[in-house]
Structure formats: structure tokens, C-alpha cells
Design a protein around this ligand. Sequence first.
Ligand SMILES: C[S@@+](CC[C@H](N)C(=O)[O-])C[C@H]1O[C@@H](n2cnc3c(N)ncnc32)[C@H](O)[C@@H]1O
Length: 209
Amino acid sequence: MLDFIRQFGKNRHQVGSLVPSSRFLGDALIYRIKSHQGKKQILEVGPGTGAVTQRLVSQLSPGDELWLVEANPRFCEILEEKCQGIWSQNLLGVTVHIKRLYLEHLKEGLEFDFIVSGLPLNNFEPEVVQSILQSYQRLLKPDGYLSYFEYLAVRKLRSVVTNLTGSRAGLEVNSILDGFIDRFQIEAKPVFLNIPPAVARHFQLKDEA
Ligand SMILES: C[S@@+](CC[C@H](N)C(=O)[O-])C[C@H]1O[C@@H](n2cnc3c(N)ncnc32)[C@H](O)[C@@H]1O
């Protein structure tokens, strides 16, 4: 927890929240993974100190593959330690890749059954949001699921603030995310037991014929 707060102090924009997600939010994000039959390839983006990963690792079986893509070097060290320590029993027979990089730089040719993302999209510039959404589309199998969260009402609030300040970038991000949600979202679950309360969103990225 202290590490998380420290890193937030250093880079608020990228870390995006003062405290890690609650286990309730973690469970709301990963619950679809439980019912998957057979081996699975999972990408977690922006795992931070592993609040959601902690819930995820208990759903893994030998033969599964887990990729953790995290931009913050200190968080990557913590994830390494946890994989070798407290999570090691759950990771027996699981191939784990911890990549210290931005999602947008993850190499071509990979495809996942599940993408679970903690990226604070609402903090980013419109071009970055576009590029991240394109990365999700590139990296998810046609029948795969993408799950991410955002804090409740954050975009509504931003509309109000943006109208007052006159900045356009926030409204552009709202419109990009609204479009993505309208087109691909299959489920949204509010999670009130989180600081702050959030909504877990689930997507399939194939267009209807
Ligand atoms: C809001 S925190 C979420 C942490 C954790 N998943 C949780 O729910 O408590 C966002 C995380 O995304 C990471 N991050 C931000 N932009 C990223 C990017 N483009 N690629 C990979 N990680 C990124 C940050 O370093 C931070 O750890």
C-alpha cells in the first residue's frame, strides 16, 4: 500500500489512483475467467502492486499463460517478488511474463483469451486513449473478453469541469470512450466497495455481422 501511494506521489497521471483496487473490484473484473474451459492466455495491463493479480492467480491452472505488462519499474519489482513468493503455489505450471513497458509497445503476434486492464484511461490524452483501445483490439482473440474499470461518474464530472474550463481534450476522451462502450460493451457492474466506487466493464471486441 505504501509503495502504491509513493508511486502515486511521483506520477499521479500514470498511476491514476491513490490506493489499489479492492478485492471486490478485483473479483468483478476477473469473474469471467473462472468459467473458461481449457488452457487460457491472460494479459493483465497496469497491474500496479498486484491487487487484481492477487484475485486472478487463484484462477490459474498448469498450462495457462499470464502476461503482466506494467510501465512502472518499482511495481514490476514488487510483482516479481510476489510471483516468486506469495503467489508461487498458484503459479505452478503457469508461464508468467512480466514486461516493464507501455502496453502500446507490446510486440505484435500475441493474442489473449482475456485482457484485464487497470489503465486509468480517463487520465490520458485522446491520442493515447485511441492507441490503447487499438492495442486491446489487436491483442484480444475474436472470442476473448476485455475487462476494465473506471471510477463512477468520473466522465460526467469531467464534462462539467471541462465546460467550465473550456478544455476540449477531456470531452474528446469522453466521446472516444462512450463510442467504444456503445459499440462493444456486454456488461457493466457497479462496485461500491472500492475507494472510490467504480464500475467494472466487460467487452467483446467483435462487431456484429
Ligand atoms: C490505477 S493503477 C491500477 C493498479 C492495479 N491494477 C489496481 O487496480 O490496483 C494503473 C496502473 O497502470 C500503469 N500504467 C499506466 N499506463 C500504462 C501503460 N500505458 N502501459 C502499462 N502500464 C501502465 C500504472 O503504472 C499503474 O500501475
